[in-house]
Design a protein around this ligand. Structure first.
Ligand code: ZN
Length: 161
């Protein structure tokens, strides 16, 4: 547990990680991820795994997997709703921003990152989580009538006119 915690808060070295060729895993509380902590109703634990990989070109890459359940507020009905987290994302590491080919930035299924940033695993997990964050209403059908279902505006005193 403490080993996993150190891995989360120490600067992440993706090249050494790929060289080590062993996956890492652990549990992180949302309270350790400040921007996620702000967006959830109650703190909960998430399971995380990172797998070392190499691209065809031999670049260091890390596959992030995060699973768990977060309690969020549905923006339409403002009720609490459980968001099942099932995130899997590949990050490919480049030495410089200039080394990232433009067309690769447009790829949707993986992220390009520059090696010379000092970033912790906790920060990386948080960023990947925020990129996957649900947009719009979280319920397919909200239990409370939202603006879309309310129909004509309610005018309580219209009969006085
Ligand atoms: Zn809702």
């Amino acid at each position: 547990m403490s080993e996993a915690f150190d891995r989360l808060t120490a600067p992440f070295d993706p090249v050494a990680f790929v060289r080590g060729n062993l996956p890492w895993e652990g549990i992180v509380s949302t309270s350790a991820l400040p921007r996620v902590a702000e967006a959830v109703v109650t703190a909960s634990d998430l399971s995380w795994q990172v797998f070392p990989e190499r691209t065809k070109e031999g670049r260091a890459a890390s596959r992030f997997v995060v699973t768990g359940t977060l309690s969020l507020i549905c923006p339409r009905c403002l009720e609490v709703v459980a968001w099942p987290v099932a995130l899997e994302r590949l990050v490919v590491w480049y030495r410089t921003a200039a080394a990232v080919p433009d067309e690769e930035l447009e790829e949707a299924d993986w992220d390009a990152r520059v090696l010379d940033e000092s970033v912790t695993l906790a920060e990386l997990l948080e960023e990947e989580l925020l990129l996957a964050w649900p947009q719009g209403p979280l319920h397919e059908t909200c239990s409370l009538p939202g603006p879309a279902e309310a129909g004509a505006p309610f005018l309580p005193f219209s009969f006085l006119r």
